[in-house]
Ligand binder design. Sequence first.
Ligand SMILES: [Fe+2]
Length: 379
Amino acid sequence: MFQQFPFKTPSIHFGNGAISMLGKEARKLEGQRILLITGPSIRKAGILDKALASLKESSLDVEVNVQGRDTPEPGTHIVEETSRMAREGRFDVIVGLGGGSILDVAKMTSALVINPGKVRDYFGREKVSRRGKPTIMIPTTSGTGAEVTKHAIFLDSEAMVKKAVASNALLPDVAIVDPELTYSCPREVTAASGIDAFIHAAEPFVSKNANPITDALSLQAVGIITRWLGAAVADDADVEARYWMSMGSLISGMVLNNAGTSLVHAMAYPIGGEFHTPHGISLTVLLGSCFEAILPARTDKFVQLAGAMGEPAEGRPARVAARLALDAVTHLLKSADLPASLPEIGITDRSKIPRWAVEAHAERRLLGRAKKRNLEVLI
Ligand SMILES: [Fe+2]
């Protein structure tokens, strides 16, 4: 009944134009030589110029490292190459500017400047013992929350499996969240990363790892994302929707960092690994089934979720009100034009499901307390 828990978050700057704070923040971290890691689409969209202007205004030395691609699952060898370059360049602050994958590369690069060995030495929980060089993270999508989390996900270049480094030493020093930087984010990425953010808020809320602080943040983020995701997907020039999606994503990142994810993310790992579906899509096709499985054990939480999603939960029997959350999730996926089941993305072979459940259960970082037999009847 009585919980004891830490709550960790970087220092945060939020708002339109917040990227102009970059130079001042780098100075505060006693930076002189800055390494800025970004992706090709960010340079093309003119976002890099905004970052460089702010650093220049603070008279800082900057070297830009443009990664080969912006897309998910950076290989571990890429991070190792980048960190070698960072070590030789004697940089004192590392800035990540891009989507979640670029931020993950920047976070791990910083760690490997100080800690010896390869990325694979640090897969798992709390394996990175020392904080790396100070970091400033600036997201250009609304979804991963990587700017406020201790996680970084990579494709193990030797085993060809996606794995996570989860260490407090990776938590960025500063997060600068500027909704204007998401204006160029394409429609599909807005939808898939937006639902990822929703799940980062909703999934911990119904898990055993939630606490009263993350609960308050979850309900706030769930409400914001339910209201604005469809609008951001329907019209990429809707600046109000972009603003609130950036806010929702930031808040859900804080939940993710402090309460973690569980069943939906654990089940998505084997499916994403086998079919190479984007992270957000692997999640949406499982979301309804996973929530259906969790609901009987967490009826009270689902009632609150329904209320936060604008459903008329009040005054109804709990079991009826709780199911309104499932209806609201179905509507949310439809509003963002997202698939809601495995067959919708062409996966019809149900014989593999028990194996995926077993693999998901092996994901001890996420499902430390789950019972295997509960997963095998999931779908
Ligand atoms: Fe996620």
